[in-house]
Design a protein around this ligand. Sequence first.
Ligand code: FES
Length: 283
Amino acid sequence: MPADDDKYPASTGRRRFVKGVVGSASLAGIGTATAAAVNSTTNPVGGGGGIVDFYGVENTGGPAPRAMPQIPLEIDSEGYLKGIFPEPETRTLESGAEITVAEMELGGITYGPKWFQYCGVQTFKGVRPEADQDNYFRYIGNSKFDWQNENVEDGQKMHVDDFDDYGSWGNGIGQSGLGKPAQGKWRSQDVSGGETLPIEVIRSERIEEQAQGNEWLSASTEEGFLAHLNKCTHFCCVPTFKGLAGSAAAGGADQIYCQCHQSTYDPFSIVEKSFVSLPRPEE
Ligand code: FES
């Protein structure tokens, strides 16, 4: 039996932080952004909104306007899955005001909680740069997946070993062997008021293959694991990959399918998009 250090990768130390004043890129968005975004760039307390580039699972059908954002992840030395979240830092605006920012360069793009600031998530404590969370992915209870309901519990941390059969797993919806999904939550421990950040994790050989030589995917996925914020970009429902038999009628049996208005997303087509993220409210 291999030692844990052999079985699971050590932390890759891929975090890289950028220091300095808020750059011209975010300020340049003022010309075309909404009034809310303008407020975010000029408001030293609330903030984090504006035009942002992100990577996500491609929207392939239905009324959803864009991809759902990926959550870059890593696996700790014991085999537990964690989302990557930048360390908060204080920056000084040209006006002299100070703001707290969580942003990092990762896989060729600037990544931070702005990626998730839509559908009300911008008001959640978990997306605040300074929110004290351990970043582990945890299962939810009553998921759409029998394997999850039978084998793990609400709040349990997701572990690599739970997905051992990912190369063959199936549940009768679409093709077996494409990938094994789980429904979870992130940065939501001990947060009251229903501010649970819904996530979906999929482990797939396709992801493993695509990550080879791909700067973004090799930085944001590990051992075939991919995670995304699970809020449909249409009207914020929570979709699933192989969670509903009815998805076949919309051509979504092998895609992430949103039951509300039949939007589909392809977890094996990661695309770079941009959108106007909403500012976090003031404390
Ligand atoms: S398709 Fe409308 S909320 Fe998802």
